[in-house]
Design a protein around this ligand. Structure first.
Ligand code: AMP
Ligand code: MG
Length: 404
């Protein structure tokens, strides 16, 4: 059976011809979290002019070579104003961010200057360049400010804005169809009859899609019946990805695999050597990536995390999984049969510089209370059977560890 890491590698390789999706120009606000499709170049230098780093006095350093120099204060220059050239032998009052006047080559902070009426006395010797931010010292005209492929964060937004950009070219967000399957399902806004349950997977996976930078679309449910599945799949045509839940196991009514193949999808695999989520299918349907996830809520979320999320990021041009995988220690003993890699939902804590993972009490894949309240997936290797407390494992961090 396919190992989880190999399955993810196969998925990413299979998306090579469609990822990243085409770029689009969007507002700075819309670009947050997305990958730049082109580098951002500097159409102006930063800072654009020599400016003061301090509130103080601008002068020619040569006029205050020794402590105690006394210079006439010729004028004041505020941020946003344009000063005249500095007269010979004079200094000027200056404030942070204000242009340094022509002629001046240094600024002294006001704490080092005694004001005496129209004069200023410099307590220490001036140094050329001190407290002056030279034009272009942050970024030269024409330089690459942001590399193509970089994810836009708050800082990148600020840098782009400082360069006068109101829009950025980023890769399109993947549009993901979510298809819940099962005769027992009822939409969350309807009362369930006997034997029915509310469809929670669509909502959990929609949230997981948004978290991964994708746009989810809830498709009409499919019944456990060939015709219903066929009609539901038709609604997903042309999307970047289709994620179904339920119906991929070996039960008599598990028809998803058959239905997507009948619709013309090519399945690459439908089983991975892991728990939860052994039945999980992946394939391509034209340009659409197709994922068949199990119906149990925890299995659906864990398989989404391990397989769908990296695929969506690849489609969006974002690097890697966006998660760190770190060595950790197991806070509780664990045992399992050999043969499958187990991914346990676990609390993560750092104690004395060591990452600890404590698996949640319930790992039942059908329980809804244990699909929240954890920061990590503890990875128990396929061959492992008994792991003592303190055993070295890997942890996939989904959120920052807790404060101890
Ligand atoms: P299946 O994979 O279709 O055999 O479903 C496994 C379990 O997950 C069953 O108990 C289903 O009722 C449950 N399940 C399937 N789809 C959903 C859904 N959309 N929301 C919540 N539970 C579901
Ligand atoms: Mg089912």
């Amino acid at each position: 059976m396919l190992e989880p890491d190999a399955a993810r590698a196969r998925i990413l390789a299979a998306l090579e011809d469609v990822a990243p999706l085409p770029p689009e120009r969007v507002s700075l606000a819309e670009a947050l979290g997305r990958a730049l499709a082109e580098p951002v170049l500097a159409p102006r230098a930063l800072p654009p002019f020599d400016s003061s780093q301090m509130d103080g006095y601008a002068l020619r350093a040569a006029d205050a070579r020794a402590p105690g120099a006394r210079l006439r204060v010729a004028f004041e220059v505020y941020a946003g104003s344009v000063p005249p050239p500095l007269p010979e032998g004079a200094c000027c009052r200056i404030f942070t961010g204000a242009p340094v006047p022509a002629g001046a080559d240094a600024v002294e902070m006001q704490e080092e200057v005694a004001r005496q009426g129209a004069f200023a006395r410099f307590r220490r010797a001036a140094e050329p360049g001190r407290f002056v931010r030279p034009a272009g010292s942050d970024l030269a005209l024409g330089a690459v400010a942001l590399e193509a492929g970089a994810a836009v964060d708050a800082g990148a937004t600020g840098l782009a804005a400082a360069l006068g950009r109101t829009e950025l070219a980023v890769y399109r967000r993947p549009r993901v169809g979510l298809l819940a399957t099962g005769d027992e399902l009822v939409p969350v806004d309807r009362p369930p009859a006997a034997g029915q349950i509310l469809d929670s997977n669509s909502h959990a996976l929609a949230a997981a899609c948004r978290e991964a930078g994708a746009v989810p679309l809830l498709l009409p449910f499919a019944r456990d019946e060939r015709g219903s599945l066929r009609r539901a799949l038709a609604a997903a045509r042309g999307l970047d990805a289709l994620v179904s839940t339920g119906g991929v196991s070996v039960g008599e009514k598990d028809l998803v695999k058959e239905a997507v193949e009948a619709a013309g999808a090519r399945l690459d695999f439908w089983k991975v050597a892991m728990k939860p989520g052994k039945p999980v299918a992946f394939g391509r349907w034209g340009r659409t990536a197709v994922f068949g996830l199990p119906g149990n809520p925890a299995s659906a979320l864990v398989t989404f995390e391990l397989f769908v999320r990296p695929a969506l990021r690849r489609l969006a041009g974002l690097p890697g999984t966006g998660r760190v995988r770190l060595p950790a220690r197991l806070a509780e003993p664990a045992s399992k049969p050999a043969g499958l890699t187990h991914f346990l939902r676990a609390r993560a804590t750092v104690r004395a510089g060591q990452l600890w993972v404590e698996p949640l009490r319930s790992q039942a894949s059908g329980h809804l209370t244990s699909v929240t309240g954890f920061e990590a997936l503890a990875v128990l290797p396929s061959a492992a059977t008994r792991l003592r407390r303190g055993a070295a494992v890997e942890a996939i961090l989904l959120a920052p560890p807790r404060e101890p």
